[in-house]
Design a protein around this ligand. Structure first.
Ligand code: FAD
Length: 284
């Protein structure tokens, strides 16, 4: 089913979806986790494209996930890809029954990775995909603004270019402060962006993970989260439990406010995401 239909009235809300990334080796471990996550009836699983252009073997994994009977949404990044390679990958995807893609520019690569100039921004990629395929297209949105943009407003003007180029759904960067998401939705509406804006939820599982994410992106870490990370930095189990409770509360509030979906950044582990979904079962 295409994103457009998934987030229309045809599907019960909120739509549950998961993001995984291709591991360096041993797909079996990830596939085991995915089999557990399948019990939660995801509408699709999205598969990231290796940051820095390392996308190589993910097609094989995509096929394996599909063979479990789960819809897939591959991510495409254009900064490290040529038009030719993107076009042939898109053809291959459509031929194997993929209906949705997440179109991204990707982070500006390190100097040792080849940087193509066929596409400057994700809106160019969205237009390219729209012109050549019947794929339904998701794009990224940043409730606190993208790290390179001067301010949230200019980032939203650039998001508009992606929607005008043909995006169907916006998937957000993770956030820990729901108010940032609610404010974002309000601004998008005022700016005439009326697509579904699906919140990205990332359960906290380690201090390292939070430090990495918050150094790469503009993400407010509320005081309570900082406090618990500090308190449990040597006690992973307690930190993980706090992460589950925190994300559960986030999800409950988001559901109460009528979100159309919840997209979980699973970090290739089923445990925290499953617990959160168990906790919110009554709300779904
Ligand atoms: P763009 O939309 O091109 O935006 C990048 C910057 O340029 C922004 O500051 C924007 O305001 C500005 N901009 C956009 N369009 C224009 C324009 N036309 N003119 C001038 N300025 C413009 N990264 C990966 O490597 N692999 C992944 O699989 C991956 N998955 C992701 C999934 C989600 C849900 C999200 C939120 C992010 C993901 N990322 C991934 C990270 C993403 O690649 C980076 O955030 C990247 O820096 C920006 O990608 P983008 O598609 O948002 O770029």
């Amino acid at each position: 089913m295409k994103l457009k239909e998934i987030y229309s009235d045809k599907t019960p809300k909120p739509v549950i979806s998961f993001e995984v990334f291709p591991p360096h080796s041993d797909y079996n471990k990830l596939l085991k986790e995915i089999k557990i996550l399948k019990n939660y009836n995801p509408e699709f699983i999205s598969l990231t494209y290796g940051a820095g252009g390392k996308g190589g073997k993910s097609f094989e994994l995509l096929q394996q996930i599909k063979s479990l009977g789960i819809n897939v949404m591959p991510h495409f990044i254009c900064i490290t890809s040529s038009k030719e390679s993107i076009e042939s990958a898109l053809v291959k995807m459509e031929q194997t029954g993929v209906e949705n893609v997440l179109a991204l520019r990707g982070d500006i690569p390190d100097t040792d990775i080849k940087h193509y100039f066929d596409f400057n921004h994700a809106n160019d990629l969205v237009k390219f995909i729209k012109d050549r395929t019947n794929l339904s297209i998701g794009v990224a949105g940043y409730p606190e603004g993208h790290i390179e943009s001067q301010d949230l407003f200019s980032d939203i003007q650039n998001l508009k270019k992606k929607t005008e180029a043909g995006a169907d759904v916006i998937f957000t960067q993770l956030f820990f402060d729901n108010q940032k998401y609610f404010d974002y939705i309000e601004i998008l509406k005022k700016e005439g962006i009326n697509l579904p804006v699906i919140p990205g939820i990332m359960p906290i599982i380690s201090e390292k993970q939070i430090t990495k994410m918050t150094s790469m992106a503009k993400i407010t870490v509320p005081h309570i989260v900082r406090e618990k990370i500090e308190k449990y930095k040597d006690d992973l189990k307690s930190l993980q439990n706090f992460g589950i409770d925190y994300a559960t509360k986030q999800c409950i509030e988001l559901i109460e406010k009528g979100v159309e979906g919840l997209h979980f950044f699973t970090l290739n582990k089923s445990y925290s995401t499953s617990k959160i979904l168990d906790n919110i079962k009554g709300e779904l």
